[in-house]
Design a protein around this ligand. Structure first.
Ligand SMILES: [Zn+2]
Length: 250
């Protein structure tokens, strides 16, 4: 599945395309017109819309609005609405869905995780999430038209399939089963004079740090029961932190 904010950059031949009906880059109409007969996954950036799915990114659908939006879409008859988020944000999304009593096999979970090769995020691939995802946008540099670069996702074969949904136990505890995933707080007192406080991170199972940029996401991780620990500035540096440079998410 390919996507781009510029529909003209999308080459023919993909199994599916991802597009948006709204927001800053409303590409859905153009992509559908360009690739008749192909699956076009249409994700909304606004929680107020009934949609095939939602883009849970900073500035788009907030995690606190996500579950309500998914419920509205399910009630409107949308089959397994898609929750799309960075791998680092997906744990909070799953926690929000479960808190709203939405079974995780009633939705399709689509992550973005660049820099780890072609894979679908899961406990046995990258380890950034504790459940196998339905698909992952794994690179943002797939070849597009005229030397352009487009985003590419790998999807399960049944991503656009009909019901019944694959079995995914809704009772699996999402975060507590992941002892290696913790909230990594940099001790403010250990920051040398003149250096900015780096902030709070998710320390993932693969030992990478992911900046937690919104208070709502931090609250979700805390509500989901992730352990929170404080580390020194030196430990932050030792784990690849660069003061003043936000860690890339995902
Ligand atoms: Zn991954």
């Amino acid at each position: 599945m390919l996507d781009s904010i510029y529909p003209g950059n999308l080459p023919a031949g993909a199994d599916a395309y991802l597009a948006y009906p709204d927001g800053a880059w409303p590409t859905a109409a153009a992509v559908k017109a360009k690739f008749p007969g192909k699956h076009v996954l249409v994700l909304s950036v606004f929680a107020r819309d009934v949609s095939e799915g939602y883009d849970r990114e900073p500035l788009d659908v907030d995690v606190t609005e996500l579950a309500a939006a998914i419920k509205r879409s399910m009630a409107a008859g949308i089959w397994r609405p898609v929750c799309y988020a960075s791998a680092a944000n997906m744990t909070a999304c799953m926690a929000a869905l479960r808190q709203a009593a939405i079974p995780l096999n009633a939705v399709r979970l689509l992550t973005a995780h660049y820099g780890a090769g072609q894979h679908i995020c899961g406990p046995h691939t990258c380890g950034l999430v504790v459940l196998d995802m339905d698909g992952t946008q794994w690179r943002d540099n797939a070849p597009g038209v005229g030397g352009s670069l487009v985003d590419e996702s790998v999807l399960l074969d049944d991503f656009f399939g009909a019901q019944p949904a694959p079995v995914r136990s809704p009772t699996i505890p999402v975060p507590v089963e992941e002892p290696d995933m913790i909230i990594f707080n940099v001790d403010q007192k250990s920051v040398p004079p003149g250096a900015p406080w780096p902030g709070t991170f998710l320390l993932a199972a693969d030992a990478t740090l992911h900046h937690i940029t919104s208070p709502a996401d931090l609250a979700s991780y805390q509500a989901a029961g992730l352990k929170e620990e404080t580390f020194s500035f030196a430990e932050y540096l030792a784990r690849g932190g660069v003061p003043g440079v936000p860690v890339r998410v995902p």
